[in-house]
Design a protein around this ligand. Structure first.
Ligand SMILES: NC(=O)c1ccc[n+]([C@@H]2O[C@H](COP(=O)([O-])OP(=O)(O)OC[C@H]3O[C@@H](n4cnc5c(N)ncnc54)[C@H](OP(=O)(O)O)[C@@H]3O)[C@@H](O)[C@H]2O)c1
Length: 254
């Protein structure tokens, strides 16, 4: 862990009403002047607000452009932009082929990808003007390659990983830092519905600690746990025939 915690002036955590976002907001509270927490569930955000003096809740829906703009205005993004913005909002829907429902795919893309774009469109211009700031977008190790039953989710996370790669060089030139957070399995409301084995399942507190440490170090990619993230990352370089053979053997076996 970093010896001397850097203090952020204002952090904005979106997707903070549960899971990894909530734990990360709590870890950030002692390290920041102010932590603004957002998601749709106003009641859960208020409960979070009651846990530290410097947490303020501002509900929003990332799939609603007007809602994001209103929240950004309340926060004063234009004149007093948070120096750290975490976009942890996400939706996981397991899909089985062949009965694909387009609504599952649209909902996943709306929250996981387009929702991130809505927030970036609000915070990047003021960060670029000030030539400082740090945004972290939450993708997943599921974005490294397509995974069975994850056809609505994995592509949204692959898109985020690609998005971060696409914009990083220009953000660097503007003095703005971008991180992409790629967790493995973390025990949260999102994964509590899963019936399949989740190797190396972590507690959200541990995930939050790794994330905050990575943010301190201004890491571009914060991927964990290593024993899951690295092998999955390695599959990106694997010939397709080998990858599909492995999926059949390890994931689709009955
Ligand atoms: N848990 C894992 O194993 C895992 C692994 C890899 C990646 N991730 C990623 O990590 C992030 C956090 O996941 P988690 O496990 O902590 O899930 P979670 O507990 O389900 O939290 C998801 C958060 O997103 C918010 N959210 C959902 N839809 C929203 C919307 N339309 N507008 C605003 N906020 C919205 C939820 O709040 P409301 O419902 O109150 O809006 C909640 O705060 C997600 O991006 C997820 O894909 C998780």
């Amino acid at each position: 862990m970093a010896d001397k915690p850097e203090r952020w002036r204002r952090a904005w955590v979106i997707g903070a009403s549960s899971g990894i976002g909530r734990e990360t907001a709590l870890k950030l509270a002692p390290l920041c002047g102010e932590v603004i927490v957002s998601a749709r569930s106003a009641g859960k955000l208020q409960e979070l607000e009651s846990l530290a003096d410097n947490i303020t809740s501002i509900p929003l829906d990332v799939t609603d452009a007007a809602s994001v703009k209103t929240a950004a205005k309340k926060i004063g993004v234009g004149s007093n932009c948070p120096d750290l913005v975490l976009i942890s909002s996400g939706l996981w829907k397991q899909v089985r082929i062949p009965g694909l429902d387009p609504a599952d795919f649209k909902a996943s893309m709306d929250v996981n990808f387009n929702g991130v774009i809505e927030v970036l469109s609000a915070v990047l211009p003021p960060m670029a003007d000030r030539q400082s700031g740090h945004v972290a977008i939450f993708a997943s190790v599921a974005g490294y390659r397509g995974l069975p039953n994850s056809a609505a989710y994995s592509p949204t996370k692959a898109a985020l990983i690609n998005l971060a790669e696409s914009i990083k060089p220009q953000l660097d030139a503007m003095g703005v830092t971008i991180s992409v957070v790629n967790p493995g399995f973390v025990d949260t409301p999102m994964t509590s519905v899963n019936k399949f084995p989740m190797p190396f399942l972590m507690e959200p507190e541990e995930a939050a600690e790794i994330i905050v440490d990575g943010l301190h170090k201004r890491k571009y990619e914060i991927a964990f746990p290593r024993r899951l993230a690295w092998p999955l990352k390695f599959t990106r370089a694997m010939p397709n025939a080998v990858y599909f053979w492995l999926v059949r053997k390890l994931v689709l076996r009955k």
